[in-house]
Design a protein around this ligand. Structure first.
Ligand SMILES: Nc1ncnc2c1ncn2[C@@H]1O[C@H](COP(=O)(O)OP(=O)(O)OP(=O)(O)O)[C@@H](O)[C@H]1O
Length: 235
């Protein structure tokens, strides 16, 4: 469904940091993009979104598919209320109110934002802003989710609700690519993992593949596997 080939990409010609990245995210699948600070995850995500200055490669997905991007740093309009943000997101996907309103109400309820729809999200707390972005992304029922660090700033209840939302969206057939450092949540949630370091993919696959790549016994946590892989890649 989403097919990504990055031969090279970066912020400018002199810093083509991300290279030789190839992966797919299929329908009904959650793929976790992981790696240390500066590994190139956000650069890879921005490349997929088509906003990187320099890019050689190919990103494809079926025509007409809806994509939602949920960024790490909430991007919100200063003068729009929460409800106006929802209307704007729907309008940008040419969706009539009947196609999104019910879903939006359900999401606002889940993420405890129902009582603040007339307020300006720019003045919300960090977590409330993050939840606003999640509601905006999910209300249009996208075919593909691209999510950068969704768990940072969320309280435990919101984290649990986000996990349930993503599982339900996956079960409904969405393809979900999610970058995260929160490996315990990633391990529970993701069907496959892509481990990046220094701008490229070190290994990718399901838990079994990652465990065997790390030379660890079955049942080893994702964190311990990645620690082992990254440590030995320095040798
Ligand atoms: N706005 C920018 N302009 C120029 N270079 C950047 C910019 N943002 C990141 N970089 C560089 O791109 C490289 C990869 O960074 P990137 O943000 O993709 O890593 P990341 O894996 O998302 O890290 P983190 O986990 O810390 O968010 C780093 O060397 C970084 O210095």
């Amino acid at each position: 469904m989403l097919s990504v080939t990055i031969h090279e990409a970066g912020y400018n010609k002199n810093n083509l940091y991300v290279r030789d990245v190839q992966f797919e995210v299929n329908q009904g699948e959650i793929v976790g993009l992981t790696g240390s600070n500066g590994a190139g995850k956000s650069t890879a995500i921005k490349t997929i979104l088509g906003v990187m200055g320099e890019f050689k490669g190919e990103v494809t997905y079926p025509d007409g598919y809806k994509i939602s991007y949920i960024p790490e740093e909430p991007i919100l309009y200063e003068h729009l209320t929460l409800w106006e943000h929802l209307e704007f997101a729907a309008a940008s996907h040419h969706m009539p109110e009947s196609a999104w309103k019910e879903n939006a109400y359900r999401l606002l309820e889940t993420f405890q934002l129902r009582n603040v729809t007339n307020q300006l999200p720019i003045h919300f707390s960090k977590g409330m802003k993050q939840k606003t972005l999640i509601v905006l992304g999910a209300m249009v029922k996208p075919d593909i989710y691209i999510i950068d660090e969704p768990f940072i700033g969320l309280d435990p209840i919101a984290t649990k609700n986000l996990i349930s939302l993503l599982v339900s969206e996956r079960n409904d057939g969405a393809a979900i690519l999610m970058s995260t450092h929160v490996l315990d949540s990633a391990e529970k949630l993701c069907d496959r993992f892509i481990l990046m370091a220094q701008g490229t993919v070190i290994t990718q696959g399901d838990m079994k593949t990652i465990t065997s790549y790390a030379n660890k016994p079955e049942g080893t946590s994702l964190l311990d596997c990645f620690y082992e892989i990254l440590e030995s890649s320095h040798d």
